[in-house]
Write a protein that binds this ligand. Structure first.
Ligand code: UDX
Length: 478
């Protein structure tokens, strides 16, 4: 065993330090370990501390002799909220602080057997930290970039320079938001409104837009691109991406892929939680007492911040829909103290259940769940799709505007409520998905779930692409 470990390739996996990126990259890490590779997972200090506090992650991963955690500072003070509205500060700090520290890390990690670990032979870095490609080149280590967004969103970012050239961007006014992108291959069914939120600016030098466009173009300099999606799900975007980036590995949905490979190996253990908040499992007991497919699950992910008005509108919409609901209200996810009307509190006691953080994959697989009111984060979208649950989408920012369009218009597994947050619409959309058009949405959701399952089974596209990735990583270390 020791001899074979010494000879096996050693991959450094380096996620952008936020929940949605860690989840999928940790699943990938575990898949690689299963294939006999060695993996160092590089976390920011802050994320690592939180993982240790909220999970039994160290114990879980100690079953794998070739798995190591390492840490690096993210450059922000410990009490910084690192929420979606302040993510640009994290970007800036990373470029200033992490980049030089990453070089120092590689300097030691490329030495023969540093702390008993063999040298790094491949890097899989988050695609929004493309500086890793340049630093790794200095050490002659190939880097594969992993984007945690949908292929369609990646393709939309890739097309931004062309959209600017064609005069589609910047926006001149709200009236242009509903114009179609009919001349953009792969985005024909999208409107300007459905582009990533960063495209809504009137100012092309907007720092968020500049960063995502720059980082996306920089993928061209990497060894390859990894996406958490599958071929049947996003064919038009994937065809177009491949004309620029032929070495593309689609290996998703990663959480399903891991489940599938764990259950087919002798080791049946479930994979570890990577939650940065403590999961409140009492919601599973509450779900056990609810009728089949009756509950609306509500969660706006790990970075969304609601205003008081939005909170109240959603709350009234949910209560007025007369459906039972399970709502995740993350600590610090509402940006003001709210006086909640008594009628909402009373109705919630009767039909609702609220937690600070839920075991989401388990919740979505629970038979009581009938629909998911979601912010359309890519992990949430894939997790829901895999369980065959219809969605009601209220995209908040970044890639989410693209994902909700896929749900509502392309896959037709739910409704896109983009840019509307009013109690009457919320109630109406919930009723449509849970009652009026229930059969129609359920049928397409279950069809997509089958495709997702098939993609990670032995003959599936994601299964084959993961094997190709593993072979390529092995070749790099020869
Ligand atoms: C954002 C982006 O929108 C997303 O598309 C990108 O890939 C990462 O950054 P985020 O707000 O974190 O994402 O949403 P999402 O991608 O859906 O990830 C949230 C993760 O947290 C999911 O894996 C979900 O299962 C988990 N979660 C959420 C819980 O485990 N419990 C909860 O209560 C809520």
């Amino acid at each position: 065993m020791i001899m074979s470990l010494l000879q096996s390739p050693h991959v450094l996996i380096f996620p952008f330090p936020v929940q949605g990126h860690i989840n999928s990259m940790l699943k990938l890490a575990e898949l690689l370990i299963h294939a006999g590779l060695q993996v160092t997972f590089l976390n920011s200090d802050q994320i690592h501390k939180r993982l240790l506090f909220c999970t039994n992650i160290l114990t879980y991963f100690s079953q794998y002799p070739g798995f190591y955690f390492d840490t690096i500072p993210d450059g922000l003070p410990p009490d910084h909220p690192r929420t979606g509205d302040r993510v640009s500060e994290l970007f800036n700090a990373i470029n200033a602080v992490i980049k030089p520290r990453f070089r120092e890390k590689l300097l030691t990690s490329t030495c023969q057997f540093h702390h008993g670990k063999p040298p790094i032979t491949c890097i899989i870095a988050d695609g929004i930290m493309s500086f890793t490609v340049d630093v790794a080149k200095e050490f002659r280590i190939p880097t594969i970039l992993f984007r945690t967004i949908s292929a369609s969103c990646f393709w939309a970012f890739f097309c931004v320079p062309k959209l600017i050239e064609d005069g589609k961007l910047p926006l001149n006014g709200a009236s242009e938001m509903d114009g179609y992108l009919s001349n953009v291959p792969g985005l024909e069914s999208f409107r300007i409104r459905d582009l990533p939120s960063f495209c809504r600016t009137k100012n092309l030098s907007d720092p968020s837009l500049q960063v995502v466009v720059y980082e996306t173009q920089r993928t061209l300099g990497a060894y390859g691109l990894l996406l958490n999606t599958f071929e049947d799900l996003e064919e038009p975007a994937l065809i177009n991406i491949r004309t620029h980036i032929p070495n593309l590995y689609t290996v998703g949905p990663l959480h399903a892929h891991l489940k599938s490979r764990l259950s087919s190996s002798s080791q049946q253990q479930p994979s570890s939680s990577s939650s940065l908040w403590e999961e409140d499992r009492s919601c599973i007991t509450w779900l056990d007492s609810q009728p089949l497919r009756s509950v609306v699950y509500v969660s706006f992910g790990s970075m969304t911040v609601l205003t008081k008005d939005q909170l109240i509108e959603f709350w009234f919409g949910l209560v007025n829909s007369q459906r039972p609901f399970l709502w995740v209200i993350r600590p610090n996810s509402v940006n003001t103290e709210s006086d909640i009307p008594v009628e909402l509190l009373e109705a919630t006691k009767k039909r609702g259940y609220m937690v600070g953080w839920a075991p989401q994959e388990e919740v979505l697989s629970h038979p009581a769940i009938g629909g998911f009111l979601t912010h359309s984060g890519w992990n949430s979208t894939l997790e829901c799709l895999y369980e065959g649950v219809p969605m009601i989408c209220w995209p908040f920012y970044a890639d989410q505007q693209v994902n909700s369009r896929l749900v509502g218009e392309i896959w037709k597994v739910g409704l896109d409520m983009k840019d509307t947050c009013d109690r009457v619409i919320v109630e109406k959309r919930i009723k449509e998905v849970m009652e009026v058009r229930k059969g129609e949405f359920l049928k397409s959701a279950q069809r997509m779930a089958k495709l997702a399952t098939r993609s990670v089974e032995t003959a599936g596209s994601s299964y084959g692409n993961l094997d190709r990735l593993i072979k390529d990583i092995k070749l790099m270390s020869l």
